[in-house]
Design a protein around this ligand. Sequence first.
Ligand code: F1P
Length: 301
Amino acid sequence: MSETSYMEQELRSQPETWQEAARIGAAGGPLPEPGQRVAVVGCGTSWFMAQSYAALRESAGAGVTDPFAASEAFLGSARGYDAVVAITRSGTTTEVLRILEAVKGRIPTVTIIGDPGTPATDLSDATVALPFADERSVVQTRFATTALTLLRAHLGEDVSTAVHDAREALAAPIAPEWVDAEQFSFLGTGWTFGLANEAALKMREASQSWTESYPAMEYRHGPIAIAAPGRVTWLFGEAPEGLEADVARTGAHFVRHDRDPLADLVLVQRVALERARARGLNPDSPRSLTRSVMLEIPAAR
Ligand code: F1P
């Protein structure tokens, strides 16, 4: 695999795209105001960024925020949402378009979008366009993390440490046991659970790896049975008491870094790339995947 895959070029640009998004997020714009009841929807990677945003917004005290896979969203009037935030790089994902159509005129929508010249723009009441973070790789890296950085900045977070740590993560060594591991379980708490889900998806998409992901405190409720020598348990964010020792007893390799958890996801993206290379896979042409899932399903009434 050449050094110049789109995935590699794009993941390497994340510190710059995060800085640009932070400027946009801090400036305000059409994203939800504090106190609004918000549903946030997406598919795949974009759903996992929705999970992280929801946890961040709720824990910041900014209001009720429910994340949904776009295909499984409950947006009935009983739930009382004031706004729907959609996240989509392509702007063409069928399930996201169906949601935007279904709530039009009933709940205001704002879509964070990579390619604004697409149907999601027309179907949304407002958009925040991040064309500088759009990607040619099928496997998303920078659009997702840039969208989340925009949302972190909009919540009032200073993301300069995350940007700094992303630069550091781009230069950090990759341990051979990560490239060779038979299996990965990714764990997180609060907003980092979405990152764990995304890390697991990235490894599957780019390198066809066997991965799982759980809320960290759920791990001991069964999934730790998978941990064993030659396998990796990778935790984003704070470690629950005793978890590292529990994993050590299984013989699995435990990984946790002090850098900003979103920057640690950048390191996982690099591991996914290395694993793809080691298996002779082209991460820009992942098996069975397309840049956007466009389905022939009827529009909602
Ligand atoms: C969402 C998505 C990607 C996934 C695949 C199919 O796309 O599910 O996360 O990697 O390429 O599409 P989008 O709605 O963010 O464009």
